[in-house]
Design a protein around this ligand. Structure first.
Ligand code: PFF
Length: 462
């Protein structure tokens, strides 16, 4: 079946940078801070960390292992690993849907990546200077109302991504993360230091780490799990594909812990970059896109060196977004290339063209197609436009389904001995513990959350 010998990461560090690049994205810097705000701070942070440890790390290990066992792209991996089982066609289908999920995510992710690039440009050209509160809301609202501008910046983020992918693993992905990840880290640290000088650290610390357990309920658990999965790039074929490029002598458990640790660290640090600025300026902790795209620009405009730090902040978001979009783009390309359907370059072009249409529809659903609600047969979906649907179905629904199925697959279908050898933990209590989590705990817990997602509503019912 395989027509092309897969490239491999040149080292464990190269893999780590790429996988952390995938994990660290808009989810950490743009979404995490505002959902911490929405969910009342400390209790949510604690719950989030617990979810990362109990489900996150074991699932990252699971997906990397499925990818590396045969070192082939997802569809083939599921097919080959279920060889001889009656359920094989089903698992092939699972491979297929896991490739579609990241494409659905990209349908909205490219649009938001475009906003960040647009903001870098707007600050440089002074469009966000001398503004009062309220006015930045207008700037953001105007952007949402400009189909041409949205599509232009979305296209730019898509073209950059497709170009990097077309060059392959070492010359494309590795090179990009080697440049972008250190920059990302440097900017993030500078922003935290800048924030620290401007005060508000003590409040931030209290806000993020003083748990009010009354705020924890089933809804916050669902929210924390969704956020953790999205942030760790689970259930989207990304870890399967990145795992398939991982040389056999590198320890999967160590890599999984490294990725989860770095990802969570960056999410927390992003809080320390953003919250102090909000607190010292007496601003409201706006929820949703408002926090980053409306509140922060006002403050940057008023602070010393604010323009420089504003540019740095939105560049940080843009870099974080690009290292994630490449990981979402890679699964489909890797599959098309392996099947000999297209060369890598052609595959990047074809996937890119398809995604351009999808992401354009998504950008248009912020303005001219705002009231177009394509799926009217279901109560939850009937008021959602294209961008809402893509986010809801791929990032909330399919990611959970794929991650759940990956756990069941590796726990119940794949040969135990093969998994044991691949993980290199020996037949230790650690291995058994991990296996119990993916065989039993994950299916029950995620299955329960999914029932809720499917509208049975008993978790989120007030
Ligand atoms: N982890 C990325 C973020 O936090 O923004 C988003 C993401 C990337 C999700 C890759 C899924 C994925 F496969």
């Amino acid at each position: 079946m395989s027509h092309v010998v897969q490239e491999k990461w040149s080292s464990g560090t190269a893999f780590l940078l790429a996988a952390i690049g995938s994990a660290v994205g808009l989810g950490n810097i743009y979404r995490f801070p505002y959902i911490v705000g929405e969910n009342g701070g400390g209790a949510f942070v604690l719950l989030y960390m617990a979810v990362v440890i109990v489900f996150g790390i074991p699932l990252v290990m699971t997906e990397l292992t499925i990818g590396r066992l045969k070192q082939v792209p997802p569809i083939t991996a599921f097919t080959q690993l279920s060889e001889g089982k009656k359920s094989q066609p089903f698992w092939t289908l699972v491979g297929f849907t896991s490739i579609l999920t990241p494409l659905g995510i990209l349908g909205f992710y490219f649009v938001i990546a475009g906003w960040t690039l647009n903001y870098v440009y707007s600050i440089i050209t002074g469009k966000l200077s001398d503004l009062q509160e309220g006015q930045t809301q207008q700037v953001f609202a105007d952007l949402m109302d400009s189909p041409g501008t949205l599509i232009f910046w979305m296209t730019l983020s898509l073209v950059i991504t497709a170009f990097i992918i077309s060059r392959g693993i070492k010359a494309g992905l590795e090179r990009a993360v080697n440049i972008l990840m250190p920059l990302l880290f440097l900017i993030l640290v500078s922003l935290v230091i800048y924030s620290a000088f401007n005060g508000g650290m003590v409040e931030t610390f209290e806000f993020m780490f003083t748990p009010d357990f009354e705020k924890i309920n089933m809804k916050t658990l669902l929210e924390a799990t969704g956020q953790a999965f999205f942030s760790l790039s689970l259930g989207s074929a990304t870890m399967l594909v990145y795992g398939s490029y991982l040389p056999k002598d590198i320890s999967i458990p160590k890599m999984a812990c490294g990725v989860a640790f770095a990802d969570t660290f960056v999410a927390l640090i992003a809080g320390f970059a953003i919250f102090p600025i909000i607190f010292t300026n007496g601003m409201e902790l706006a929820s949703g896109p408002g926090l980053v795209f409306e509140t922060l620009p006002v403050i940057f405009d008023q602070m010393p060196f604010g323009q420089v730090f504003g540019i740095m902040f939105f560049l940080l978001l843009a870099f974080a977004a690009i290292t994630s979009t490449i990981s979402l783009f890679e699964p489909a390309v890797s599959n098309l290339e392996e099947r000999g359907i297209f060369t890598r370059r052609k595959a990047s072009l074809v996937v890119g063209a398809g995604l351009w249409v999808l992401a354009s529809l998504s950008a248009l659903s912020l303005n001219v197609l705002k009231d177009w609600h394509p799926l009217t047969f279901n109560d939850t979906l009937k008021n959602q436009n294209i961008m809402d649907l893509l986010e809801y179905l791929s990032a909330n629904g399919m990611m959970l389904v794929n991650a759940l199925l990956a756990a069941i697959f590796l726990g119940w279908i794949v040969n135990r001995k093969a998994v044991l050898d691949e993980l290199g933990l020996g037949d230790s209590w650690l291995f058994k513990f991990w296996r119990t989590i993916i065989k039993v705990v994950v299916p029950i817990a995620i299955g329960y959350l999914l029932l809720d997602f499917l509208g049975y509503g008993f978790l989120t019912a007030e």
